[in-house]
Design a protein around this ligand. Structure first.
Ligand SMILES: NC(=O)c1ccc[n+]([C@@H]2O[C@H](COP(=O)([O-])OP(=O)(O)OC[C@H]3O[C@@H](n4cnc5c(N)ncnc54)[C@H](O)[C@@H]3O)[C@@H](O)[C@H]2O)c1
Length: 335
């Protein structure tokens, strides 16, 4: 049964093989992107792989790549013993899971994240989908993978910028939901430990609120501004890495929380220090902010023509459903 259980392993091929043997999956289809085909697929030499290769990058998490995957699936003999293996970062797991969840009303799939972003966040929790007309994750479903196999073996080839991008989501989870995790980040603890803590924290939240009606929304912290920035940058043909957009979102939304009296000055400084030092992102400029307005107005979460934010209320806790008029935002972020 699909339960999205996390399997931490340092021997990824063996773990996958054991799982397939147990569940009698004999027909594996790997969804990869150009980079994970080169760097990550060689870990699975013992499998006689059918492969669907998509182009790497957020700009390809769209309807035409989705259609491309579905067309490819039609050419393979998909049956009850077929398992889709989404081998890649958040783009591959989002679009691969969406294709798996919708092809013939759903076929079995597992996620094998290969980026820090994927291991600590994107591959977990069953939210999947694609961008539409530059709007982030506008088409999608909630369907859990059978399993998520997490192996830090893949990190050795990950470019440093992708690593820094992934750190943004780990920092977010620490600030909004796990004080110990945030302290461990501040103390520069080993990355394997941070990934495990972050992944388990997200998984525990997802178990409580799978369909995102309550506590799961905490994880949207940094994403209202972050997604607007990503959409804007996609629309002008200059995509920004998801984690970098989130990092700028964390900085802006923390400033809002501080101006609104939700967090102390010292917590605000701690957050700012960790985000800027580890992701090397600077706060949003006023000029950048002005360009986001239109995108903020079309955020999926908007309510009563207000923009909805999840904001920290200290380290390790936060609040959801903060409805704020768009006209107040400039003052809250830049005063
Ligand atoms: N569904 C969710 O809950 C959720 C949560 C967070 C983020 N996301 C989504 O995840 C996406 C971002 O994910 P991402 O940051 O992993 O980006 P990504 O999937 O684009 O991967 C980043 C880059 O790293 C390359 N790469 C991947 N693994 C590699 C490896 N081991 N070695 C070398 N190169 C490798 C990829 O080809 C790509 O160029 C966004 O679309 C975001 O919306 C989804």
């Amino acid at each position: 049964m699909a339960n999205g259980k996390l399997v931490f392993t340092q021997n990824i091929a063996t773990s996958l093989q054991e799982y397939c043997d147990k569940c009698k999956y004999e027909n594996l289809i790997f969804i990869v992107d150009t980079n994970t085909k080169k760097y990550c697929l060689p870990f699975f030499k013992t499998f006689s792989n059918k492969i669907i290769e998509i182009k790497a990058g957020e700009q390809y998490k769209n309807l035409s790549t989705y259609t491309f995957i579905i067309e490819k699936l039609l050419t393979f003999n998909v049956s009850k013993d077929t398992l889709i293996v989404n081998l890649g970062g958040g783009v591959v797991s989002d679009i691969g899971s969406f294709a798996s969840a919708t092809f013939r009303r759903g076929i079995a799939f597992v996620n094998i994240p290969t980026t820090l972003m994927g291991m600590s966040d994107a591959a977990i929790g069953g939210k999947n989908g694609i961008d539409f007309k530059f709007k982030k994750n506008y088409l999608g479903t909630f369907v859990l993978p059978q399993k998520v196999f997490i192996s830090t073996q893949f990190l050795s080839t990950l470019p440093i910028k992708e690593y820094e991008s992934g750190l943004a989501e780990i920092i977010k989870t620490g600030i909004i939901a796990n004080k110990q995790l945030f302290k461990a980040i501040e103390k520069n603890e080993a990355i394997d430990y941070l990934i495990e803590q972050c992944a388990e924290t997200k998984n525990a939240i997802v178990k409580k609120d799978f369909e995102d009606n309550g506590i799961r929304q905490l994880l949207n912290y940094g994403h209202t501004i972050g997604h607007a920035l990503e959409s804007y940058r996609l629309s002008i043909g200059k995509p920004i890495k998801h984690g970098f957009a989130v990092a700028k979102g964390l900085l802006a939304e923390s400033k809002m929380a501080y101006t609104m009296g939700k967090i102390s000055h010292s917590d605000y400084m701690r957050i700012t220090k960790v985000v800027t030092t580890l992701t090397h992102q600077k706060p949003l400029t006023e000029n950048e902010f002005l360009r986001l307005k239109e995108w903020l107005k079309s955020d999926k979460k908007n309510k009563n023509s207000h923009i909805v934010f999840s904001l920290p209320e200290g380290i390790g806790k936060g609040s959801i459903q903060n409805e704020i008029a768009e006209t107040r935002l400039h003052k809250l972020i830049f005063s």
